[in-house]
Design a protein around this ligand. Structure first.
Ligand SMILES: [Zn+2]
Ligand SMILES: [Zn+2]
Length: 429
């Protein structure tokens, strides 16, 4: 049987982070017709194969899952919470930027009696959404997610050259996984039906852990265009949906889909695929970076500033899709240095659109990192990075045409190439 591993942060996260990327499967039911469905963790647009109704998936704050166990009336099940983090970590050191993609879980309550992470599970095992109507006792997380992440960042940062001038985590999936246990004179894993602790101390009292029973909901939002009532379209993993009827794009904000500013660079040839980028306008203090001319100075580009370049406003260009950290940073830096200046039009492309899978909030997290990647000479980073503040002000989703080759997607105007395999492998990130 194939197994997957969610490494504990204590034991082996650093060694295993490359091999342990998981995309969970989640058992669910269509909210319209009740037909059973299996979702992938990255799914946002759910298309029911039976009633054909589409809906868009949203959680209250983050997704909460539980690991199902064989039913047994005689056991009092206790669900123990684990934080799960899946995403990119970047550490900017004095001479280079280090990155890691990690997929880790860790106790959300400090309790040595329970296993420290979700641990090894069968890949055949599907998760369920934890919702308010479920039986069992849910223990309340005591440790915040930020604390878990800080501990993990510290551990990883230990082995890196000092000082660490800036660090960020980007594109993360944050979720809570509840794993079932029951008690006799020992603690038992209810999935494996096996003890996982030694004999419990006399004074052990599970009731000392506080319970949690808030109103959790998974929202299935209608995918009819809020503006014209037409069907919104998108890939199953797409955060952004589009309406071809009224030429609009939609994006989750709070509990609703809201309209999103978008544009495309026309440039359709045969085999065009449009890749989405976040174009972000930001207030930058601590460094002079308002125009294209400023960028040439900050990045020390081998170009002579021409008249008018002082008037071209500087924008960040960040990939709006999840991809391996090294490729992500390379694309962000390269596209930002290119400052694409073709005139965009506000029309949806009539070719394939690669799904937007990286939220704007995550793209914003990468701005300082991108700047640190192109600032030259490197010693200025040591001297100035900590004084620099970047404040995102507005953004537009821009679809950029790429020509689909055998092995790569190529953007000829800005010399961008993305290996197709890299994108295929990024589906699970
Ligand atoms: Zn259905
Ligand atoms: Zn519409």
């Amino acid at each position: 049987m194939k197994t997957f591993l969610i490494p504990s942060i204590v034991m082996n996260a650093e060694k295993n982070c490359k091999e342990a990327i998981i995309n969970f499967l989640i058992e669910h039911q269509c909210p319209q017709c009740g037909a059973p469905a299996v979702l992938e963790e990255t799914d946002r647009l759910f298309a029911c194969q039976f009633c054909r109704v589409n809906s868009y998936l949203m959680a209250d704050d983050f997704f909460r899952y539980l690991l199902p166990h064989p039913p047994d009336e005689n056991k009092n099940i206790v669900y123990f919470p684990y934080w799960r983090f899946k995403g990119m970590l970047f550490f900017c050191g004095p001479t280079s930027i280090h990155n890691r993609f990690v997929d880790v879980s860790h106790q959300a309550i400090e309790a040595p009696i329970f296993p420290i992470s979700v641990g090894v599970r069968s890949q055949a095992m599907k998760l369920r959404f934890a919702t308010a109507d479920m039986k069992g006792r849910f223990l309340k997380p005591q440790q915040t997610f930020d604390k878990f992440l800080n501990t993990f960042q510290e551990r990883f940062g230990k082995s890196l050259p000092k000082p660490i001038l800036h660090q960020s985590n980007i594109g993360e999936t944050l979720s809570l996984i509840y794993s079932p246990f029951y008690l006799t004179d020992r603690l038992h894993d209810a999935i494996l039906d096996k003890p996982v602790s030694a004999r419990l101390p006399e004074d052990f009292d599970i009731d000392e852990f506080s319970g949690d029973r808030p109103q959790w909901h998974i929202r299935f939002v209608s995918t009819l265009c809020p503006s014209c009532g037409w069907n919104l379209e998108g890939d199953r993993a797409a955060l952004v949906l589009s309406c071809k009827n009224c030429n609009s794009t939609w994006y989750p904000v709070g509990k609703k889909l809201k309209q999103l500013k978008f544009a495309q660079f026309p440039g359709k040839v045969d085999n065009t695929i449009y890749l989405p980028f976040w174009r972000i306008k930001a207030d930058i203090s601590g460094i002079n970076l308002d125009s294209y001319a400023d960028l040439i100075a900050v990045a020390n580009l081998p170009k002579v500033v021409q008249s008018g370049w002082n008037d071209i406003p500087f924008r960040f260009w960040i990939p709006a899709f999840k991809v391996r950290p090294k490729v992500f940073l390379h694309l962000a830096t390269h596209t930002t240095l290119s400052q694409p200046r073709k005139k965009p039009i506000t029309e949806l492309p009539d070719a394939r659109i690669y799904p937007t899978t990286l939220p704007i909030e995550e793209a914003v997290e990468s701005l300082k990192l991108t700047l640190a990647d192109f600032m030259k000479p490197r010693r200025t980073i040591m001297e100035r990075l900590s004084d620099i503040q970047i404040d995102a002000k507005s953004f537009t989703l821009v679809f950029m045409p790429f020509k689909e080759g055998h092995h790569e997607f190529i953007q000829p105007d800005y010399q961008l190439t993305i290996n197709r395999n890299v994108l295929v492998l990024s589906k699970n990130l």
